[in-house]
Design a protein around this ligand. Structure first.
Ligand SMILES: [Mn+2]
Length: 317
């Protein structure tokens, strides 16, 4: 299937600044490599609301949530329209919060289909405004798509405004939840907080840790995860670049974590899911060139991964 790139540069959900420049840095990496990727695959840039970052947020348990609610509508509608138009959405985003919107768009395009989610990330992203210690919405996209408040691990008393917009995020497209926790698999998660561990344990959500994947072998782990999602009709794959080892690759991402995958490993994992023919949307997030200690290494690596995965999408879906 032909791909269409959707670019959403919102960084309203991140705790550090700069993820809005991620896709620009990936484009620079492509140009320096003399690739015609962005000529072959035209990109639609979706309007972000990053100008709002100069204003103080008045919702500390879900910072900028009133603007992120609009970003969710924009992104979900664009993903749905792309699928309805017979193209495959490759979403290049700033921070990871928009992933909840992309899952929403996939579900809106396929309301009768069972959605599975493959989350390649150092983090669990399962927080809600009730459980989040930071209030950064990029730690909450999975909870929006799962419609999960995690009331059992509540630490924050949230205000009415936060509650109103949180309900909006969960209900984008008028469908909540978009998918169920038994249809979620993690790869590379190694930096979580207790409220997230609680949900992962409660729902028995598999997390293929880096050391397990290396010990058992990539194929054994991915095949098992594919089997786990075998009852799903359509799969969303998200690639947070912090799933990769920050010491080996680069610290050019908002929340870098050591001991991650290398670029070959993440490529192999995601390519195998794409080869099932079931993937309906792919997203890449959290490249932050302002934090890169190796010039543009993170964006260059992310572009290499994207360039490897694209023919697999075109040939298998
Ligand atoms: Mn993430």
């Amino acid at each position: 299937m032909a791909i269409k790139i959707l670019n959403m540069n919102s960084e309203l959900g991140a705790g550090t600044r700069g993820a809005s420049l991620g896709t620009a840095a990936v484009k620079i990496a492509s140009l320096n490599k003399r690739s015609d990727y962005f000529k072959k695959h035209p990109m639609k840039v979706l309007p972000d609301l990053n100008d709002e970052l100069v204003n103080d947020t008045n919702t500390p348990y879900a910072k900028n949530i009133e603007h992120i609610a609009k970003i969710y509508e924009t992104t979900a509608d664009a993903v749905k329209e792309t699928i309805d138009g017979g193209q495959f959405p490759v979403v290049l985003s700033g921070d990871h919060s928009t992933a909840g919107a992309s899952i929403a768009g996939l579900k809106m395009a396929h309301p009768d289909k069972r959605v599975g989610v493959v989350w390649v990330d150092a983090h669990g992203d399962l927080h809600s405004p009730y459980s989040s210690p930071s209030g950064n919405v990029h730690g909450m996209p999975l909870a929006t798509a799962l419609g999960h408040d995690n009331e059992e691990r509540k630490i924050n008393d949230i205000d009415e405004e936060t509650k109103k917009y949180w309900e909006q995020l969960k209900n984008v497209g008028g469908i909540c939840p978009k998918f169920n926790p038994e249809d979620l698999v993690f790869f590379g998660v190694r930096d979580t907080e207790e409220p997230e561990d609680f949900i992962m344990k409660k729902h028995n959500i598999p997390n293929y840790r880096v050391e397990e994947v290396r010990y058992r072998g990539l194929d054994a782990c991915v095949d098992e995860a594919i089997e786990k999602l075998s009852d799903c009709d359509i799969i969303y794959v998200t690639f947070d670049v912090d799933s990769m080892d920050c010491d080996l690759i680069s610290k050019g991402t908002g929340t870098p974590v050591s001991k991650g995958f290398d670029d070959k490993e993440v490529t192999h994992i995601m390519k195998k899911f794409i080869e099932t023919g079931k993937v309906g949307c792919f997203e890449m997030v959290e490249v932050n060139p302002t934090l890169d200690e190796k010039q543009n290494k993170m964006a260059e690596t992310a572009f290499d991964v994207l360039e490897e995965l694209t023919p697999a999408i075109e040939n298998n879906i």
